[in-house]
Design a protein around this ligand. Structure first.
Ligand code: PLP
Length: 286
C-alpha cells in the first residue's frame, strides 16, 4: 500500500495491523507525489491512501492537476485510491477542490476511488460514525464485509444523525464551527507570530504549515530537534502538542502539531506564551 509520508498514524497502523506493507509517497506542496515508475522486480502497490483535501499532518491541499494525474495513474495501473476526506467540511477560505471520488465518477467509470468520511471532526471523536462511498463494483463486497465486521452498527445513532442532517441542524452546526474555528486559527497564528517574531525572519528554521482548513496547524522544526522530548516538556507546562515525528513513515520529520479546536480564542495567547520559550531555540537561524 502506498501511504503519504508523513501519514496519519491511525491509517498507517491499521494497514500494518492487517499485515500489509507500506511504501512511502513523498509529500510536497501539492500533496502526495505520484510514485516513480513501478519497479519491475517487485509488484506495484494496489492501494494508495491519500488525504488530498488536507494532507495530514502538513495541511497541504492537492490541486486539480495533481488529482487528475493520480486518477490517470490509478486507471492505468489498476491502483485503488483510498481518499480520506476526514475534515473537508472545515474550510475557512476559498473554494474546495472537487473530491477525487467525484472527479473519478465524472471523468471515468467511477471505479478507482474509495471515499472515506468521518463525523469525528465535525461532531465529536467518540461518535464513532463515518461513511464510505465505494465504486459500484465493490459495493456488494463492502456491504457484506460491513455486516460481518460491525453488524449494522449503532442504528439509533445513525438515525439520530440522519435526522440531524435532514432537519438542517448539521448545516447550521457546520456554519457555527467554521466561524469559531476560523477565529481560533487566526488567534493561534497571531499568538505564534507575537511570541516568536523569529518565525517571520528569512532563514528561520521553523515554519508554520497548514492552510485555512481543519482543526490544527503544524510547526515544522529542523530534523535535529527532538520533538518528542519537546512535546513532553510542553505537556509538563500543561500544553498538549503532538510531535510530528510520530507520523513519519520513512523520512525523519520534526515539529509539533498544534490543535486549536479545543482552545477558545481568548485562551490562545496565554497557552502559546507558556511554551514560546521552549520553541524559541528551535526557531534560530540555521
Ligand atoms: C487523517 C485522519 N483521518 C481520519 C480521522 C478520523 O478517524 P475516525 O473516524 O476513526 O475517528 C482522523 C482523526 O483524527 C484523521 O486525522
Amino acid at each position: 500500500v502506498w501511504v503519504e509520508d508523513p501519514c496519519y498514524w491511525g491509517a498507517s497502523r491499521a494497514l500494518l495491523d492487517l499485515g500489509l506493507s507500506l511504501a512511502p509517497l513523498t509529500v510536497d506542496d501539492e500533496g502526495a507525489r505520484l510514485p516513480a515508475a513501478p519497479d519491475p522486480t517487485s509488484p506495484a502497490p494496489r492501494l494508495a491512501y491519500l488525504t488530498p483535501s488536507n494532507q495530514f499532518p502538513t495541511g497541504v491541499a492537492m490541486p486539480l492537476a495533481r488529482r487528475l494525474a493520480w486518477l490517470a495513474h490509478a486507471r492505468a495501473h489498476g491502483t485503488l485510491l483510498l481518499e480520506d476526506d476526514y475534515d473537508s467540511e472545515l474550510r475557512y477560505k476559498g473554494m474546495p477542490f472537487p473530491a477525487l471520488q467525484g472527479l473519478d465518477a465524472d471523468t471515468g467509470q467511477g471505479q478507482s476511488v474509495i471515499y472515506l468520511g468521518s463525523f469525528s471532526k465535525t461532531m465529536f471523536p467518540g461518535i464513532r460514525l463515518g461513511f464510505l462511498v465505494v465504486p459500484p463494483a465493490l459495493a456488494e463486497l463492502f456491504a457484506r464485509a460491513g455486516a460481518d465486521h460491525d453488524r449494522d452498527g449503532d442504528q439509533l445513532l445513525q438515525l439520530a444523525m440522519a435526522r440531524f442532517i435532514d432537519e438542517g441542524h448539521y448545516a447550521a452546526h457546520l456554519r457555527r464551527l467554521r466561524h469559531e474555528y476560523r477565529s481560533r486559527r487566526e488567534a493561534l497564528v497571531l499568538a505564534l507570530h507575537q511570541h516568536l517574531p523569529e518565525l517571520a525572519e528569512p532563514g528561520c528554521a521553523a515554519q508554520i504549515l497548514g492552510g485555512w482548513r481543519g482543526m490544527h496547524l503544524s510547526l515544522a522544526l529542523p530534523p535535529a530537534v527532538d520533538d518528542q522530548a519537546l512535546a513532553l516538556r510542553c505537556a509538563a507546562l500543561g500544553v498538549t502538542v503532538i510531535p510530528l515525528s510520530v507520523y513519519a513513515v520513512a523520512t525523519a520529520t520534526s515539529g509539533l502539531l498544534l490543535s486549536y479546536s479545543g482552545v477558545p480564542r481568548e485562551g490562545m495567547d496565554a497557552l502559546v506564551a507558556r511554551i514560546a520559550p521552549l520553541l524559541r531555540a528551535s526557531c534560530q537561524r540555521q
